[in-house]
Design a protein. Sequence first.
Length: 242
Amino acid sequence: MGTFKVLVVDDERFAREELIFLLENFPESKVIAEAERGEAAILKAIQLQPDVVFLDIEMPKMDGIEVAKSLLELKKSPLIVFATAYPQFAAEAFRINAVDYLLKPYDIDQLTQAMERIRNIMFPVKSAPNSTPLGKLAVEKDGEIDYVFISDILYLSPDGKTTMIKTRKNEYVVKSSLKELENRLIPFSFFRIHRSFLVNLTYVTRLTPWFNGAYQLELEGEGDKLPVSRNYVKDLRERLEL
């Protein structure tokens, strides 16, 4: 995976510093500049050609929506991620094809989701010629290798340095990280509902409100309810309603 250049735009210095600090958790992102005004952001975008601009909306003189419209007219237009404390701007933000919309104070789960979207756009996964997913996952158990049908997997969850795979009949523990397995399961109907849970959408039977914008999810054949982070709820509901 390569890297992408980031420009951070916010009229509040501490907000810029917080976001830049959080972006250090993602080695693929390289912050090349910051700006506190819309006009300065456009000039730096022209000069430095960032791949991604994290853009505050409420700024004096020229707000983030105006800046974004100008940036999208550039010959090499960057991806736009809006960042604001005001959720009422979301509809207008997505009308101009923003990649994501982050609410302040920043939440690492929400930022992780935004970075995943950026990665998928910047570095799309290319399938090998004539390759077709076999629909099985190799897991080691008691020194033997079992080939589990991916269609039988209910969900996956990290367990220390390993990952637990829950199927309709068994549980397996593998040495791969949840992120590694998530990448391998891209061709299938799996969705990250929480930093600790990757679920098979085929088995979802119910989604119920929990607290503070979060939800709980029920799976067919699974007694426990799984938590859905509020940052994943919107995308999850869209996937389930397709």
